[in-house]
Design a binder for this molecule. Structure first.
Ligand code: ACM
Length: 266
């Protein structure tokens, strides 16, 4: 199975340009599963809900979704991307899973970071694992968004649900996540794709910079890729997702069977 990330610098408030960039970067690429950054069509730094609502889309509707659906059909592949989702009076920091048949799932970010709390409603769907069928196999994937990384329970929940690959659209601003994902991969024996953005969003007096350095890890914590901090990159690797089903680290330790739930969360 060919899995990948797309790292780029979304232009703030310019979905049309960002869609063109995504199409251009994926034009000649072949993959089964591609992960794009958080809020990939809109950029990140919004001061008010009013600014953001104009650029948000309902799940499975709108230009951004339609563009990803076209790519999914053309490539016979799945894509996961962050976007601002409107639903009634709420805006969620969401990720859509798009298959060649259409919208396959939505994840709404549970752990909102910093001033996101002023703009977005916290996710109410919980953490969910989705089954996707590629040309050769059926694979379980989990989605979490950016700051969810700081809560090991998020990746653990997805892994316990059976996720073999964690897809992690991100707009990272702190320097820790790319290293921390080593732990998320080895403690759960899962593949991880952290698709980050780079560049700086400026809005009035405010600005925020993102760390690039997207990573892909295998179930043993090997870094299959680590992107530059300030450049576009599409990275694609062939993996065997079935490797993530084996939770033994030696003949006597199975990371899931050895859990001592009675001693946790007290
Ligand atoms: C973040 O959650 N976008 C830092």
């Amino acid at each position: 199975m060919k899995i990948g990330y797309l790292q780029f610098h979304p232009e703030l408030g310019n979905p049309a340009k960002n869609i063109e960039k995504i199409k251009y970067l994926l034009k000649d690429k072949e993959f089964d599963l591609m992960v794009l950054p958080e809020l990939a069509n809109t950029g990140y730094l919004f001061n008010t809900k009013e600014e953001l609502i104009k650029l948000s889309e309902k799940a499975g509707e709108g230009n951004f979704y339609n563009s990803l659906f076209e790519i999914a059909k053309t490539k016979n592949a799945h894509l996961i991307s962050g976007f601002a989702e409107s639903d009634a009076e709420n805006i969620y920091n969401s990720a859509m899973l798009v298959s060649p048949e259409g919208i396959k799932g939505i994840y709404r970010k549970v752990h909102l970071f910093d001033e996101e709390k002023k703009l977005f409603t916290p996710g109410n769907y919980g953490l969910k694992t989705f089954s996707i069928s590629t040309k050769n196999e059926t694979v379980k994937i989990g989605i979490m968004i950016c700051f969810d990384w700081a809560f090991p329970e998020a990746a653990r929940t997805l892994a316990l649900q059976g996720s073999q690959i964690i897809c992690h659209p991100s707009n990272l601003v702190m320097p820790y996540c790319q290293k921390a994902m080593f732990a998320r991969a080895v403690e759960n024996r899962i593949f991880i794709i952290t698709a980050n953005r780079y560049g700086t969003d400026v809005s009035g007096e405010k600005s925020i910079s993102f760390t690039g350095g997207s990573v892909m890890l295998d179930y043993s914590g090997n870094y299959l890729a680590s992107a530059p901090v300030d450049k576009d990159e599409v990275f694609i690797a062939g993996i065997n997702p079935g490797d993530a089903l084996n939770k033994f680290i030696n003949p006597n330790n199975n990371l899931f069977e050895d859990r001592k739930e009675e001693f946790y969360y007290n």
